[in-house]
Write a protein that binds this ligand. Structure first.
Ligand code: 4NP
Length: 153
């Protein structure tokens, strides 16, 4: 099972989603790999934002080794599930798809419940990193349980 987390810069939200999902997957002994990417290359090669590193660390998760990378069309074949953080990411990711199969893999990360909102807000220019972490953490739990149930992992 291969899961890709996607946001705009791949330095704030999707690195957190990757780190939290890896943490849960390890706890639950799920056989899967998780990565993340950005729809822009603004921060290509850079580590996560220090505020994402800090909130992950506060929760016992190390994301310092991650590096921002650009989402590419071949990712839509490489991964089984592609979770995007907001609707703008959704539009940019769907624009790379050339088949229905690829399109169907792309899901809003919050669409499986756990919160009243459908988009993880971009925290880059705000101070909402704790809030964003909590949203991401709840959604990861729900998604892991769903994947385990669907695939008998
Ligand atoms: P992310 O946050 O998409 O969660 O990584 C952002 C990071 C950088 C920028 C925007 C959003 N930026 O405009 O540089």
């Amino acid at each position: 099972m291969k899961i890709l987390m996607v946001c705009l810069g791949n330095i704030c939200r999707s690195p957190l989603a990757q780190g939290v999902m890896e943490h849960i997957a390890m706890q639950k002994k799920m056989d899967c790999t998780i990565d993340s990417a950005g729809t822009s290359s603004f921060h290509n090669g850079q580590p996560p934002d220090p505020r994402s590193i800090a909130v992950a660390k506060d929760n016992g998760i190390d994301i310092t080794h991650q590096r921002s990378q650009l989402l590419v069309a071949s990712d839509l074949d490489q991964y089984d599930y592609i979770f995007v953080m907001d609707k703008s990411n959704y539009r940019d990711t769907v624009a790379l798809a050339s088949t229905e199969d690829q399109k169907e893999k792309i899901k809003l990360f919050l669409e499986f419940g756990g919160s009243d909102i459908l988009e993880v807000p971009d925290p880059y220019y705000t101070l909402g990193f704790d809030y964003v972490y909590n949203l991401i953490s709840e959604a990861c739990q729900i998604i892991c349980d769903k994947i385990i149930a669907e695939h008998n992992l």
